[in-house]
Write a protein that binds this ligand. Structure first.
Ligand SMILES: O=C(CO)COP(=O)(O)O
Length: 261
């Protein structure tokens, strides 16, 4: 069975001290679990310290953003070369908060994806429709455009390294309403079909599509059962290591019930 990808985006949370305490607990709590590929995405200021802890574990480490240039006059930005030196595995690209507050566009997402691939990172590309786009019935068009532009000029060989996260904007954060598992499953199937327009079937089967947006202890299992949901990308419910582990336990419980049935 393929490993389920389970990761958490910390957003602008956790000082270095908090990051170290969380990471050591998570390593301890998950060290015997082989069913999941766990990843954590802390703020830049925590990355070096967290890397020292995770480097002897199976946990992958990501950064929340990256400039596409190696260096230059880009005050406040972080380059692929800097992240490579720390030993980062994943670059999260195009999260809706970056699209909403920091002028991230489909075109800058594409530049970052190409740069991340060039430097050997896994680009974790976030896509998702806004509430008004859902209400006007253009979710499929929005998602198809985001995916096609993000992957523009990405070769078949490189597409194998890409991860995609479907995060409906209206589902994210404290005021978010989680997508129903059925709705999420339908959009994941749509993403899968958009990818099939771009790449051959073998490659598409290997591209994981994660769901994110108010994943919690109640909806993690039904989401995991949907078609083409290959992982969960979690905010609040995974910011406490025990709460994150609880999501893993719920999934394991449901898997063992299935095996018995
Ligand atoms: O934005 C998210 C992951 O990138 C999800 O955040 P929440 O799980 O807190 O809604």
């Amino acid at each position: 069975m393929k490993k389920l990808l389970l990761g958490t985006n910390w957003k602008m949370h956790k000082t270095e001290e908090e990051a170290l305490s969380y990471t050591s607990s998570l390593i301890e709590l998950t060290k015997e679990l082989k069913e999941f590929q766990i990843f954590i995405i802390p703020p830049y200021t925590d990355l070096k310290a967290v890397k020292k802890l995770v480097k002897n574990s199976e946990i992958l480490l990501g950064a929340q953003n990256m400039h596409w240039e190696e260096e230059g006059a880009f005050t406040g930005e972080i380059s692929p070369k800097m992240l490579k030196e720390i030993g980062i595995d994943i670059i999260e690209i195009g999260h809706s908060e970056r699209r909403q507050y920091y002028n991230e566009t489909d075109y800058t997402v594409n530049k970052k994806v190409l740069s991340a691939l060039k430097y050997g990172f896994i680009p974790l590309i976030c896509v998702g429709e806004k509430i008004e786009e859902k209400e006007y019935g253009v979710t499929s068009e929005v998602i198809a455009r985001q995916i096609k532009i993000a992957l523009h000029n990405v070769s078949e060989e490189d597409a194998k390294k890409v991860w995609i996260a479907y995060e409906p904007v209206w589902a994210i954060g404290e005021n978010g309403i989680p997508a129903s598992p059925d709705y999420a499953g339908r959009v994941h199937t749509l993403i899968y079909n958009v990818l099939r327009e771009m790449y051959n079937d073998e490659i598409v089967k290997g591209i994981p599509i994660l769901y994110g947006g108010s994943v919690n202890h109640d909806n993690a299992v039904p989401l995991y059962h949907q078609p083409h949901i290959d992982g969960l990308f979690i905010g609040r419910s995974a910011w406490d290591a025990k709460s994150f582990r609880k999501i893993m336990d719920l999934i394991l419980e449901s898997r063992s019930k299935e095996n018995k049935e």
